[in-house]
Design a protein around this ligand. Structure first.
Ligand SMILES: NC(=O)c1ccc[n+]([C@@H]2O[C@H](COP(=O)([O-])OP(=O)(O)OC[C@H]3O[C@@H](n4cnc5c(N)ncnc54)[C@H](O)[C@@H]3O)[C@@H](O)[C@H]2O)c1
Ligand SMILES: O=c1ccn([C@@H]2O[C@H](COP(=O)(O)OP(=O)(O)O[C@H]3O[C@H](CO)[C@H](O)[C@H](O)[C@H]3O)[C@@H](O)[C@H]2O)c(=O)[nH]1
Length: 331
């Protein structure tokens, strides 16, 4: 079984490649390296530099490598950018996903995993949010992902293709063995930005909004360790290979931490008391996003191994130090 991983040079995709290689699977990565890094890909995985919307290239890769499962991470991920450039997001996330699904059908690939997001729920009325909650994205990013989920649902009804859509909550942390992590210098994610502040790479951290209807006034999020998330994907592939039905799963631990609690954790783990400013709310931030996380545990037998905020922060911090050392070595 060879698994095609689109976006395998990116943050989450590179951890999936590690998890697949750790499980002894053959892997080919397709990535256009727009935000990913070739060095982030496990050395035993094949790498094709190209676009996941290039149907001719996809057909060639699928046939040459004998691909029988596709894991689709490639995409654009910054919510405010999607508000400024909706058509760009619909092109990269929706139109190109359509091409990839079409290539899977045309070449008889039977299994497909898709990186979806909690953003498909929009400003959810309930917390925790279960998979059957209303789907009402408030950003083009969320809509672009929901449209791909719908294409997969309809395609799976018409063709012999089974799929799993995994709706990630807040992905954070880094490979515990230090082989990969969040490497994008432009990353906007809270734990990444806070570790950069702890290491003096940023002067301070802004807290976006302190007047939310939450216990300390800051937003609640469900932070999931990237390596636990990658293992969930391996189990989802096993589920489909064993004849399991197509499914949609939330990926989170089912517990929310506030922005201030995360900052405290980064200060505690790093031992650095960096400056924190209170700033206005960021557009489009829901007050609370916490996963109803039962379905994935029951269906896939997924058991988190790194469900601990300090552990997530410690691994993120170790990776940030690793990146700083790489930069120094390159200078
Ligand atoms: N990071 C999160 O918290 C989070 C949350 C929910 C969902 N997701 C989803 O997970 C997936 C991976 O996110 P990430 O955080 O690893 O982002 P990332 O930017 O690190 O990875 C995306 C990868 O896809 C590649 N890529 C982008 N467009 C491509 C294209 N058209 N063809 C080929 N390669 C392309 C990039 O070069 C990069 O390597 C995305 O689909 C994202 O929407 C991420
Ligand atoms: O410098 C910062 C960065 C973030 N935050 C706050 O920290 C929380 C988490 O923000 P992130 O940017 O880390 O993550 P989001 O919850 O905005 O986004 C995540 O969830 C989204 C779904 O809503 C998408 O899936 C997206 O890809 C994923 O990273 C938010 O309340 C945000 O306002 C700050 O206060 N300061």
């Amino acid at each position: 079984m060879t698994v095609l991983v689109t976006g395998g040079a990116g943050y989450i995709g590179s951890h999936m490649v590690l998890a697949l290689r750790d499980a002894g699977r053959e892997v080919v990565v397709l990535d256009n390296l727009s935000t990913g890094f070739r060095w982030a890909v496990h050395p035993e995985a094949a790498v094709v530099e190209g676009d996941c919307g290039d149907e001719a290239l996809l057909g060639k890769v699928i046939r040459e490598h004998g691909v029988d499962a596709i894991v689709h991470f490639a995409g654009s991920i910054v919510v405010p950018d999607s508000v400024a450039d909706p058509l760009g997001y619909y092109l990269n996330n929706t139109v190109r996903s359509r091409a990839l699904i079409a290539a899977a059908v045309a070449n008889g690939v039977p299994r497909f995993l898709f990186s979806s997001t909690a953003a498909v729920y929009g400003d959810a009325k309930e917390s925790p949010i279960v998979e059957t909650a209303p789907l009402d994205p408030v950003s083009p990013y969320g809509t672009s992902k929901l449209m791909t989920e719908m294409m997969l649902r309809d395609t799976a009804r018409a063709h012999p293709l089974k799929y799993v859509a995994l709706r990630y909550f807040n992905v954070a942390g880094a490979d515990p063995a230090g082989r990969s992590g969040q490497s994008s210098p432009r990353a906007t994610h809270l734990i990444k930005v806070a570790t950069q502040a702890a290491l003096g790479e940023r002067t301070h951290l802004d807290v976006f909004g302190t007047d939310y209807p939450t216990p300390d006034g800051t937003c609640l999020r469900d932070y999931i360790h990237v390596s636990d998330l990658a293992r969930a994907h391996v189990l989802a592939l096993d589920h489909l290979a064993a004849g399991g039905e197509s499914a949609v799963f939330n990926c989170g631990y089912g517990r929310g931490y506030s922005v201030l609690e995360v900052i405290e954790a980064v200060k505690r783990v790093s031992g650095v008391d960096f400056p924190v400013n209170h700033a206005p709310r960021r557009a489009g931030d829901p007050a609370a996003l916490v996963a109803g996380a039962g379905r994935i545990r029951e269906t896939l037998g997924w058991k988190p191994e790194l469900d601990d905020l300090d552990t997530i922060v410690a691994h993120a911090l170790a990776w940030e130090r690793n990146l700083a050392a790489r930069r120094q070595a390159a200078e």
